[in-house]
Write a protein that binds this ligand. Structure first.
Ligand code: F6R
Length: 261
């Protein structure tokens, strides 16, 4: 079962997860991080940047793999996930740019891009800690409903709902690409620790389906139930549709101090 931790707000979530990532890097300086984009993980990256500024840590060997990329945006487009990862993660955290990978959304290379990305993850020894957000459709990465739990990095078609949700980053919904390249649910499930963060009531249904619903490809988030080490961090609003909330709070309050997340 996933460990569900209810926190006061997004900043508290960011601090909790950032502390865990820092501990991982202290123990393993060449740790492999799975990076998510979108709004949700920003407090994690901000908290990590503060932590590194307060107490410097050598992060030059840290490696990273992004979950996904839009297909067909021109190189250097400010909303390409390559640009976003550079702006929000690589630069503020002082990571080594060559160690941070994003799948290529260049249409010319698409037939080989998924397999290339999978090989790169395997060569790195796999992902130690995968940061995840969740879409209102229940997607992890951009694995929209119907995605196979065994899927690997490949091209997917974004749902109209996801394109509308991400229109805030573009001039209009029509400018949001229709296609993306995303790690599969099978890729994500191979990471050794999944940390899923969600804030706001717009995510409450997707979180309840992921944590407590039936395991079904119709709710890609439910793939987390097949993983042995999952931490779900939510604010009160995102937690509001969870049936077993009292138990999650009880378990967190009584968590052994040695355990970590
Ligand atoms: C981002 C990603 C997506 C987002 C999800 C939530 O790399 O793979 O699964 O995590 O769409 O997006 P936000 O955080 O913007 O609500």
């Amino acid at each position: 079962m996933a460990e569900v931790i209810v926190v006061e707000n997004a900043d508290a979530a960011g601090e909790l997860i950032a502390a865990s990532i820092r501990a991982l890097i202290e123990a393993r300086p060449d740790a492999v991080l799975g990076l998510a984009t979108g709004s949700t993980p920003l407090p994690i990256y901000r908290s990590l940047a503060r932590s590194f500024a307060d107490r410097p840590l050598d992060v030059s060997q840290v490696r990273g793999f992004s979950l996904d990329e839009y297909v067909g945006l021109p190189a250097g487009h400010p909303e390409s996930y390559r640009s976003v990862i550079t702006r929000d993660v690589v630069t503020p955290l002082g990571l080594t740019p060559g160690n941070i990978h994003v799948p290529s959304g260049d249409p010319a290379g698409l037939p080989a891009a998924g397999a290339d990305y999978e090989r790169a993850i395997v060569r790195a020894g796999g992902v130690d800690l995968q940061i995840l957000g969740i879409g209102r459709t229940g997607h992890l990465g951009f694995n929209e409903p119907g995605s196979s739990f065994e899927s690997l990095t490949r091209v997917k078609t974004l749902t109209p709902q996801t394109r509308a949700d991400n229109a805030r980053f573009f001039a209009s919904a029509d400018d949001v690409p229709v296609h993306c390249i995303t790690q599969g649910l099978g890729t994500i499930r191979r990471a050794r620790h999944l940390v899923l963060l969600a804030v706001g009531e717009g995510k409450a249904a997707a979180i309840a389906a992921a944590v407590e619903g039936p395991v079904t490809a119709s709710q890609p988030g439910s793939a987390i139930q097949l993983h042995p080490h999952v931490t779900v961090v939510v604010d009160e609003a995102a937690a509001s549709m969870l049936a077993n909330l009292d138990y999650y709070r009880y378990a967190w309050a009584n968590k052994p101090a040695w355990q970590g997340i």
